[in-house]
Design a binder for this molecule. Structure first.
Ligand SMILES: Nc1ncnc2c1ncn2[C@@H]1O[C@H](COP(=O)(O)OP(=O)(O)OP(=O)(O)O)[C@@H](O)[C@H]1O
Ligand SMILES: [Mg+2]
Length: 227
């Protein structure tokens, strides 16, 4: 039986720029089940990042309800929201967002520092996750010493180290050539095969077709393309 893990009801997020009102999300309702692989497509500015940021607790709607893994985000306070982000969600961004002055093992450990795991255990687990993505021999390198594909693999290891139920990737292959992009998509697919709910934002129709369902954003509104 499909079990819903993400439920949005009439979610609206508007931005005001002077007298202009931008409806980044315009009454979006959506249900995602545990273990699904969802692609979100749509033109630039259509609201894709806003949607995944609201699901991931990085942004808050003006109205509507967002329930993720039984947490009602709509009226959650900031401290609880950061625990939610750390425990339930893994995020991968187009621009990797790694700390340039830290080694990659330090970057991957960071979420465990925030959740109070002991130093030896943090290093051990970060090393395991970097081994999983094939970077076990590069632990003490800084992001600038790695290729962009390797930096994205590091970001994936960091997103997974807290064993999140949901992995959100916002244009994860946007800064990579197609071969490196393919490698990232294969790893994401494997993570989904192991049971993690996966949401991938993408402009690329070929990438979107790998998903179970394709959701399309258009001017803040959501429609379903493939079921
Ligand atoms: N902080 C902000 N202030 C004002 N407007 C914003 C802000 N963030 C997003 N917007 C607007 O909200 C709309 C949706 O933006 P969003 O970033 O979600 O689009 P997107 O589909 O992810 O685009 P892209 O494909 O370029 O990443 C856009 O019109 C954008 O300009
Ligand atoms: Mg975006």
């Amino acid at each position: 039986m499909a079990k819903p893990i993400i439920e949005l009801q009439k979610v609206t997020r508007t931005y005001r720029l002077g007298s202009e009102v931008i409806h980044a999300l315009n009454s979006v309702s959506l249900q995602i089940n545990e273990g699904e692989y969802i692609a979100i497509t749509g033109a630039s500015g259509s609201g894709k990042s806003t949607l995944v940021n609201v699901i991931g607790g990085l942004d808050s709607p003006n109205s509507g309800t967002v329930v993720v893994d039984k947490h009602d985000l709509s009226n959650m306070h900031d401290d609880k929201l950061s625990v939610y982000r750390n425990k339930t969600i893994g995020f991968v961004f187009q621009s990797f967002n790694l700390q340039p002055n830290n080694t990659i093992v330090e970057n991957v450990m960071l979420p465990l520092v925030l959740s109070g795991v002991k130093p030896e255990e943090r290093k051990k687990r970060a090393t395991e996750y970097l081994n999983t993505v094939g970077l076990g021999s590069r632990l003490d390198h800084r992001p600038s010493q790695l290729s962009s594909g390797q930096q994205q693999l590091t970001a994936i290891a960091r997103a997974l180290i807290g064993q999140p139920k949901i992995l959100i990737a916002d244009e994860p292959t946007g800064n990579l050539d197609s071969l490196r992009g393919q490698e990232i998509l294969e790893i994401l697919q494997k993570i989904n095969d192991q049971g993690t709910t996966l949401i991938v934002v993408t402009h690329d129709p070929n990438t979107a077709h790998l998903a179970d369902r394709i959701l399309q954003m258009s001017d803040g509104r959501l429609t379903e393309l493939k079921i």
